[in-house]
Design a protein around this ligand. Structure first.
Ligand code: ADP
Ligand code: ZN
Length: 792
């Protein structure tokens, strides 16, 4: 038995005879643990219980007729556990919707069917009616009320709206005049979405689809198509063939691309076959969708990251759209990357993988270069529309609009926006930093307000006014004077989307402006509503963070401005340049999708940087040619040249945490020398970039192959809100709290929390009982365990 807790071991239970048929690998069962009950998953049946023997307790219930996990998904869970160094229980927990782990409703949330009352017997004559209801006037009222509204109605409606009692309805049923029926009530927020029939494929799309069909199923495919080349239609065409042959399929999209636009296109082809797994779903909705897929009632799953686990039957293909997107990486344990899980799952189930992007990750490009991935290109936009011209504006020298003050707003961008508005066209402005200003600084002493937990500058927000930490969510009022020197005026520095919105609104008072960032999209469907307004044409300027850079297809957008391209260029992360290139190239791709064409303005202080230059000419190959050598010797090697695994230790006592990190590093060095013939380069440990006294955090990294120098930035975080947006990309290293999830398993005697995690394992496989590493550390022993590393 595997329990959904961060403990790297399995448990043995006895199978009562009556449950035997249901207790098979992959089945959910209810078992006693100490004095509680929990839902667990059967990993294996008929195994000898491990000594020392305590008489095993009995399984209490097995709620499902069919095992929740197929053998392939169970095996995928094992792969995730090994590859990402997560306890099997946490890996398996990620595979099922949360509601199916609740022991209070072991069978999962009730499927929401709508109970409907239906009249069955007609009572055509008045006489019959008199006779039938002689001693039951209330039944007559109810009967005639239902009759009046068409002969059937949801029970809920009859009881709450028409104030009929359910006893009276029961009476009608007993009398043979009515019956109850359960009609399935789809909790599908996209239901009723209009579904335009797909257009015919262009020649280029047809060639790409044919090339994919001609590639052996076990060779993953990359469709590298420029923005607006119509990749979606190619996926759908391939998937149509998959579904026609009786197979199921999964389409992964970045969360933000899961818009009504995308869903309508998929619906247009597959209709009710589609289950949409949106993060806005309630637990019940998610469980419903999961069950419909598990039973094979629906064959196509569309969703973000976690949809890679959808229990699609007879899986034939997985598409990973925008495969370069950082949002495919899960930020908590198990820290899987959905693209890599897709590849692993497809191998297990004999399915095809299709990766698509205009700006593929360097890892995928590398695989394409070695022939492990087959690459097909869509070099042209639909309708032979040109890619938009990109003008790079040097912020150091370009003339600024005088009224702009601290906002980097140059004359060329100003004129472009003004002209677009005058022509009734739309503009998109990207600024990858939310909030009003980046930070608050005292002009006298230079003190910067920072977060008491995270040691990073607090962001100034104006609506509502507050200083807020973008990592942990800490909030405090905007101070009126300096805490260090008490001077009264505080100066806001840096520019966030709120301030940009403020400025743009005063600059273009007649324009209708929508802002899209983490702060404006926290409610369910908020970003759909904003994008809908843009599509309807009731928004003239859409501004926001990276959220607006992706997947949007608005033909009336003719101007795209990147207000400050440098926000991400200097993060302490080896992917900083790659992310900047992708972001700028992607947002540029939002312009000129219609017949009116378009133009892009990129403001930067680093116009000569290869990421900016390559994005300006929409050239993936130019970027890769400049970037790849920087990740190889004589520079410190980085993926895809080598594999990289990161270990992070966090705790509340800095000295203790530092000592633990030293031990992890020492353990790695010894394993490297004794067992791996020096195949690894161990970096660090080094303090995490954002750690603070009293909350120490140290990271150490191991590289397979190549010499290594220096440490790696990474960060710790305890508690706090989810960061999906710019906070996350700013932190670069995703937030870390993997083993915190159930605190009691990780407390040591001193009450300190120790966290070990591996990150960025894309290019390094560690075979062997990686979870044991965590266990050894928890128990403050460090016996070497078997680790085998090999560069992929
Ligand atoms: P990409 O994802 O490659 O950037 P999309 O799939 O969003 O591109 O397609 C860009 C636009 O072209 C969309 O508006 C889409 O409806 C349209 N389109 C795609 N294929 C065709 C086609 N064969 N004929 C006409 N329009 C198409
Ligand atoms: Zn904080």
């Amino acid at each position: 038995m595997v329990l959904p807790v961060p403990v790297p071991r399995t448990y043995a239970y006895e199978i009562p005879a009556e449950l035997e048929p249901r207790v098979v690998p992959g089945a959910r069962v209810v078992v006693p643990v100490q004095r509680r009950q929990v839902v667990g998953l059967v990993a294996a049946v008929d195994v000898a219980p491990p000594p020392p023997l305590v008489a095993p307790r009995a399984i209490l219930a097995a709620p499902d007729a069919e095992p929740a996990l197929s053998p392939a998904l169970l095996e995928l869970g094992r792969w995730i556990s090994r590859y990402y160094g997560a306890p099997l229980g946490l890996a398996l927990r990620a595979l099922l919707p949360g509601a199916l782990w609740s022991v209070r409703h072991p069978a999962g949330p009730a499927e929401r069917g709508e109970r409907v009352f239906v009249l069955t017997g007609g009572l055509p004559s008045l006489l019959e009616r008199e006779r039938a209801f002689r001693r039951a006037p209330k039944r007559r009222i109810a009967f005639e009320a239902v009759e009046a509204i068409g002969g059937s109605a949801p029970v809920r409606h009859l009881v709450t709206q028409l104030k009929l009692s359910s006893a009276v309805l029961d009476g009608l049923v007993k009398q043979g005049l009515g019956r109850y029926a359960d009609v399935p009530h789809p909790r599908d927020p996209f239901a009723g979405l209009s579904s335009p029939p797909p257009p015919d494929l262009t020649d280029g799309q047809r060639r790409a689809a044919a090339a994919i069909a001609g590639t052996p199923v076990d060779v993953p495919v990359l469709i590298q198509g420029v923005t607006g080349s119509g990749k979606t239609l190619v996926y759908l065409d391939v998937l149509r063939g998959v579904v026609a042959s009786g197979h199921g399929a999964i389409l992964l999209v970045p969360e933000i691309a899961l818009t009504p636009q995308t869903v309508a296109r998929v619906r247009g082809v597959f209709g009710d076959q589609v289950a949409v797994l949106h993060s806005g779903l309630s637990e019940g909705e998610r469980a419903d969708a999961w069950r419909a897929l598990r039973r094979g009632e629906r064959g196509v799953a569309v969703g973000p990251r976690s949809a890679v686990f959808a229990p699609v039957q007879r899986l034939g293909a997985i598409v990973v759209d925008e495969e370069h997107e950082p949002s495919y990486k899960q930020g908590t344990a198990p820290r899987y990357h959905a693209r890599d899980v897709a590849l692993a799952r497809a191998r297990l189930e004999g399915a095809r993988v299709i990766l698509g992007s205009a700006t593929p990750s360097l890892e995928t490009l590398h695989l394409a270069g070695t022939g492990k991935v087959a690459r097909f290109e869509l070099p042209e936009r639909i309708g032979a529309r040109p890619l938009p011209a990109v003008e790079v504006i040097d912020l150091r020298s370009a003339p600024r609009v005088p009224e702009a003050r601290g906002v980097p707003w140059t004359v060329p961008l100003d004129e472009a926006v003004r002209d677009a508005l005058a022509r009734g066209e739309q503009a998109i402005l990207l600024l990858n930093r939310r909030g009003f200003a980046t930070y608050l600084q005292c002009p006298a002493c230079g003190d910067v307000r920072d977060c008491p937990q995270c040691a990073i500058a607090l962001t100034v927000h104006q609506t509502p006014p507050a200083l807020r930490c973008h990592y942990c969510g800490h909030e405090e009022p905007v101070p009126t004077s300096c805490r260090a020197c008490s001077r009264e005026t505080q100066r806001m520095r840096g520019l966030g989307t709120q301030q940009l919105e403020h400025f743009v609104a005063s600059r273009f008072p007649a324009a209708r402006i929508a802002r899209m960032d983490l702060d404006t999209t926290s409610t369910k469907w908020a970003h759909h509503r904003i994008l809908d307004r843009v599509a309807q044409g009731t928004v003239d300027i859409l501004l926001g963070t990276q959220m607006i850079a992706k997947g949007l297809d608005f033909p009336n957008v003719t101007v795209v401005g990147v207000v400050d391209a440098d926000t991400g260029l200097n993060f302490p992360d080896f992917r900083a340049a790659e992310r900047t290139f992708q972001l700028v190239a992607q947002v540029a791709g939002r312009a000129g999708r219609g017949p009116k064409g378009g133009r892009v303005y990129v403001q930067t202080r680093a116009p000569g940087h290869h990421a900016i230059r390559a994005a300006a000419v929409h050239s993936v190959s130019a970027f890769a040619a400049a970037e790849l050598p920087l990740r190889e010797p004589p520079h410190p090697p980085y993926p895809p040249r080598v594999g990289l695994v990161r270990f992070v230790v966090t705790g509340h006592d800095q000295a203790h945490t530092a000592a633990l990190a030293e031990r992890v590093a020492a353990w790695l060095r010894r394993a490297n020398a004794e067992r791996l013939a020096g195949a690894l380069t161990v970096l660090g440990p080094a303090p995490l970039a954002l750690a603070r006294a009293g909350q120490g955090a140290r990271g150490t990294s191991a590289r397979a192959g190549g010499p290594g120098l220096g440490g790696e930035g990474s960060r710790c975080r305890h508690g706090g809100s989810r960061s999906r947006d710019d906070a996350l990309s700013a932190a670069r290293a995703p937030p870390v709290e993997p083993w915190c999830e159930t605190g009691r398993n990780i407390s040591t005697q001193q009450g300190q929390r120790e966290i070990v995690q591996r990150d960025r394992v894309e290019r390094l496989a560690i075979a062997g009982p990686a979870p044991a590493l965590a266990r050894e550390l928890y128990h403050e022993r460090h016996a070497p365990i078997g680790v085998l590393a090999r560069p992929l």
